[in-house]
Design a protein around this ligand. Structure first.
Ligand code: SAH
Length: 207
């Protein structure tokens, strides 16, 4: 399988053609081997335009959703990012390529271990720490965060996360009931929070 060709085709057809403009996001996703992060049974179709199961009832997001969320954070390379929901570690690797440091919290220990081993094998654990825990409480030890990426949905943004977001800072998160969520980009500036809807989406629930 020519994975590099599949990756480039994904970037052109699913990301660039649909409006992803941040060249750093496009470059990161053209480089990170998604096939190394999914379970063996999902490898052949891992560049398809859809989410895929990663075990434990969880999913790896559709590539476009990962790109849209990463782009929403407007990362320049100097930031410390908090990620909630490492899953298989793919999105974590994308954030690691775009920021200076990533702290990722994952609730399911087996998935945290899968994320760690995938990140280590692909040489991407250098600026990333994967922690087992409840990400809705954030991780106060390294707060405040320049950016926060929440990859599971809740009916509202957890207050602990808004508190641990730096001012100025940006957070992306799917918000809404199971069947009807909005991907929100929240911007904190001057002590105030503004929101915009980047897309409609369907994520697994934040627990
Ligand atoms: N971002 C990953 C996985 C998304 S699935 C990817 O695209 O590959 C959402 C993940 O959030 C799952 O792994 C799930 O276990 C995790 N999760 C759900 N609730 C959580 C919580 N409260 N704290 C931390 N992780 C949580």
């Amino acid at each position: 399988m020519d994975w590099s060709a599949k990756r480039h085709e994904m970037v052109e057809r699913q990301l660039r053609a649909r409006g992803i403009r941040d060249e750093r996001v496009l470059a990161a996703m053209a480089e990170i081997p998604r096939e190394e992060f999914v379970p063996e049974s999902q490898r052949a179709s891992c560049y398809a335009d859809e989410p895929a199961p990663i075990g434990y009832g969880q999913t790896i997001s559709q590539p476009y959703m990962t790109a849209l969320m990463a782009e929403g954070l407007e990362l320049k390379g100097t930031e410390t990012v908090l990620e909630v929901g490492a899953g298989c570690g793919y999105h974590t690797a994308v954030l690691g390529a775009l920021a200076a440091r990533v702290v990722s919290i994952e609730l399911i220990p087996e998935l945290a271990e899968m994320a760690r081993s995938n990140l280590a094998r692909t040489g991407r654990l250098g600026n990333v720490t994967v922690i087992v825990g409840d990400g809705s409480l954030g991780w106060p030890e390294e707060a405040p965060y320049d950016a926060i990426s929440v990859e599971a949905a809740a009916v509202e943004a957890p207050p602990a996360l808004l508190e641990q977001l730096r001012d100025p800072g940006r957070m992306v998160m799917p918000v809404g009931p199971d069947w009807d969520q909005e991907l929100l980009v929240l911007c904190k500036a001057g002590g105030r929070i503004t929101k915009r809807v980047a897309a409609y989406c369907r994520f697994v629930p934040l627990r």
